[in-house]
Design a binder for this molecule. Sequence first.
Ligand code: NAD
Ligand code: DAU
Length: 336
Amino acid sequence: MGKKILVTGGAGFIGSNFVRLLLKEPQIEKIRILDKLTYSGSVENLENVLDNPKVSFIQGDIIDFNVSAKAISNMNWVVNFAAESHVDRSLFDPSPFMATNVEGVRVLLELSRKHKIEKFLQVSTDEVYGSIIKYAADESTPLKPSSPYSASKAAADMLCNAYFVSYNVPVIIARSSNNYGPYQYPEKLIPRFVSLTLRKDKLPLFGNGKNIRDWLYVEDNCKALLLLLQKGILGEIYNIGASELHQNIEITKSMLDILNKPYDLITHVKDRLGHDKRYCINWEKIEKLGWKPQAKFIEKFTKTINWYKKREKWLNKKTEEAEEFYSQKSSNYKVK
Ligand code: NAD
Ligand code: DAU
């Protein structure tokens, strides 16, 4: 029999790409999306998806017990993408991060227990390990989050483990590295810098620009997440990476090369507070389940940049909102 799946945060960047992948999967009978539509979520991200008869959409907050109860009823699987996802915003105001990323997860776990969900996949992040200066973090590396965002994600991972151990809630945790691809909100490095370049604005590279991230194509991440629903072992944690480690300055220069724009658009600005120097994860555990990233970095990176370039009008509208945050708040972090 086919599976019915609840996708929370399905109107965001990775969630909307995941729903597109699910639509190609014959095993999936029904997809219900629950999304609050915060600043980073949008039904525009679900263009050509919402009219599919397999898909239904609920606008609501995962923290709202009644709304989440309605969304979870009659489902087999739950995948939780819903989150406050931006590190810079968490440094300005951690409270919505604690609410959605911790309390929201507790509500979903509680309901998964009550409704006897068959699998609960928590979409976590490689940021929970903190900065990894040498080598690669595997799933047993101690957590050392640096930002309120990553601390909230680490707390959610702990809650998931507790619900697995104490109540047998069938949890799996996925810790992905930095995703790139279509439908990302332009507060994040790649879409932000493409947009600013097209507007002929300066590109604010934090600090010396030598921080390293592992860049994973979003479609590869989504395939890994689907595989975890199908074959992942309950109670286990899986890292998902691409071993595409690049400095921010390299990413920025390649982007400028692709857009044929000069490097003098780059401007070094004050560093992000607590800025993690390097993320690097060992993803051999999921490889053993039969997954490997398929993307050739430069090919998919170029495709991604061209995708944003073709949607300049949409990108500009989102950039106006995103830049309002950066211009008003990020240079002046407030403690609440
Ligand atoms: P995003 O900000 O693009 O999307 C988040 C979505 O969640 C939005 O649609 C938003 O409206 C929704 N949402 C927020 N609060 C909600 C709430 N209280 N109730 C219901 N919906 C709510 O984020 P993303 O980049 O797609 O990230 C998705 C998940 O993947 C997050 O959990 C994030 O921590 C994790 N992650 C992201 C990356 C990355 O590189 N983007 C890497 C690793 C892990
Ligand atoms: O590692 C996974 C994480 O990747 C996810 O858990 C987060 O949800 C996601 O936002 C992302 O976090 P980062 O902080 O790594 O992504 P961001 O795009 O904000 O920044 C990437 C790098 O680029 C980081 O070193 C900071 C730098 N940067 C970012 C922006 C937006 C700049 O130098 N200038 C910028 O304007």
